[in-house]
Design a protein. Structure first.
Length: 536
């Protein structure tokens, strides 16, 4: 262990990470990481520590809440070292690893890895970066080879052999064709019948299947879900699949490239993939997949689903004021809006936990009557708006605090690393163009210039992402400023706020409601559970 990794005895943060919920449930990786890190911390003389166990992709950094908390605590001086089992447990992205390493160095915090020493010399940092970059490139090469093989198999007219079978079929791996699996195929025929003849929507179909106790398509395929259930999303995804009318396409899906794509309607969370444009699909021979329903029935189902969805949108006459702000107090999931009642006259708008329509067992959280919750929240917020001095104080606090120091420092690091590589690249280009020596290592220089260009792109991308986060923070300050000014102008007319004004107020105050039946709690960027009158 190098001398640079020795630390003053005291408190340390031990950071352990796995990428998936399944790995967390198995526990072996997190447990072994924690045990090895604690043993190593003791050998270095640390007498106390805090263990962080996080389940998140190593390709992310700022979306990981626990590593963000740990960085803030290290900066505040609460801890004297950051210990991880290996570099890839801290981050798989060499750009993020470089940012974290410099962050620790800036605050005088040793960054310690159990399985490998961290050389903080310039040469060591370069080797560490190149190692991480090489590992990432090797993973990309393996992935590219696999994709190339899958694409060639599709061009040969055969299904791929990876991934679970499509519901209703089994796959013949030798011939590359699907064979109908009648127990599931019968369920699919019933689904199409319910949609076409009974004009049921996806939610209604999913509820009916769950009531009958029919195992969903995810049963046995998502092993970390103990009691999987049908969901409307799953029903829609299956009904829209062209295989059920006998058309087979390969190259329909790919992994999401950005976090935004994971929020798109084309994202399949069960298989972590998004739909490719139809122009990229590869049509396979007609005998690859036998149809379960006729093309006419399949087309009718698409039209009915679209009509039912449009009708539901038109029938939503009452805009839901708190959409996006309400969370289940039982499981923490966001609550969605729905209508409940036996007849059109008796229907009421409600907020209910999204665990009801997700794969997995409902959490049991109670539904909330929208009208009552919206009135209660507005009274609380209205009380705060009548005391604009409290909001103004929060605004001044944010202004005095300024931009997020961690993000600002990371932005400077990304820009500095970009400039270093840009300067080095310019030097190489100058030598490359100035030399007329036949023995000059042209290929080596070209390769190095290309490598530096790739690193520049990555640091530039990291800087742009950080800039967007800083802009979002500034936008929230601007919203709060606008709210203070607006309240001052209409101080006597707050009771006349309409839907748009209320939504602006909620967004500016960053409200979050957690609730279960009649038990509600409201939080925001300022205290909202009764504001003290500061004028008395």
């Amino acid at each position: 262990m190098g001398a640079d990794q020795q630390a003053t005895p005291g408190a340390a943060i031990i950071y352990c990470r796995v990428s998936t919920k399944r790995q967390e449930d198995e526990g072996t990786s997190l447990d072994s990481q924690e045990a090895a890190c604690i043993t190593h911390a003791q050998s270095l003389g640390f007498t106390s520590w805090r263990v962080t166990r996080e389940v998140y992709s190593g390709a992310e950094l700022y979306d990981r809440p626990l590593i963000s908390r740990d960085r803030a605590d290290l900066k505040s001086g609460q801890f004297r070292a950051l210990i991880a089992y290996s570099t890839d447990r801290l981050s798989r992205d060499p750009i993020h690893l470089a940012i974290l390493a410099e962050d620790c160095q800036r605050h005088g915090i040793p960054l310690i890895f159990v399985s490998e020493p961290l050389d903080t010399t310039p040469e060591g940092q370069l080797i560490q970066y190149v190692k991480g970059y090489s590992n990432k490139m090797e993973r990309e090469k393996i992935r590219e080879r696999n994709l190339r093989g899958k694409r060639q198999r599709a061009l040969n007219g055969k299904l791929g052999n990876s991934g679970p079978d499509l519901y209703g079929y089994h796959r013949d791996r030798e011939t590359g064709k699907r064979v109908i699996y009648e127990p599931e195929a019968a369920v699919m025929r019933d689904i199409y019948t319910m949609i076409v003849t009974e004009r049921r929507g996806a939610h209604s179909v999913a509820t009916h299947l769950n009531h009958l106790g029919i195992p969903p398509a995810s049963a046995g395929k998502m092993t970390y879900v103990r009691q999987p259930r049908w969901s409307a999303t799953q029903v829609r995804r299956l009904v829209r699949h062209p295989a059920y009318k006998g058309e087979t396409y390969a190259w329909m899906f790919r992994r999401p490239a950005t976090a935004q794509e994971r929020l798109s309607p084309d994202y399949d969370p069960a298989r972590m993939r998004v739909v490719r444009p139809e122009s990229e699909w590869i049509r396979l021979p007609d005998d690859v997949t036998p149809p379960i329903v006729s093309p006419a029935v399949w087309q009718q189902a698409q039209e009915v689903l679209a009509e039912v969805h449009s009708e539901a949108a038109r029938n939503e006459t009452h805009p839901h004021l708190l959409r996006g702000f309400v969370y289940c107090a039982t499981c923490g999931r966001r609550m969605y809006t729905d209508r409940k009642g036996r007849s059109a006259q008796s229907k009421v708008d409600i907020y209910r936990c999204s665990s009801r329509v997700r794969v997995g067992q409902p959490c049991g959280g109670g539904r909330i009557v929208a009208r009552e919750l919206e009135a209660w929240v507005w009274e609380k917020v209205l009380d705060a708006l009548r005391h604009p001095e409290v909001i103004a104080a929060e605004l001044e606090r944010r202004r005095a605090e300024g931009p997020d120091e961690t993000l600002t420092a990371d932005l400077e690091t990304a820009r500095r690393e970009f400039t270093k590589r840009d300067r080095k690249q310019a030097q190489l280009l100058q030598r490359f163009t100035a030399s007329d020596d036949d023995s000059f290592p042209w290929e080596l220089v070209e390769r190095e210039i290309a490598r530096l260009e790739g690193e520049k792109v990555k640091f530039l991308s990291a800087a742009e992402k950080i800039e967007r986060r800083l802009a979002e923070q500034q936008h929230s300050v601007t919203q709060l400023d606008n709210l203070v000014a607006y309240c001052a102008r209409v101080a006597q007319n707050l009771d006349t706020f309409g839907f748009a004004e209320k939504r602006i107020a909620y967004e500016a105050l960053e409200i979050r409601i957690t609730g279960n039946s009649d038990d509600w709690d409201l939080a925001g960027s300022i205290p909202l559970d009764g504001v003290t009158d500061t004028t008395s």
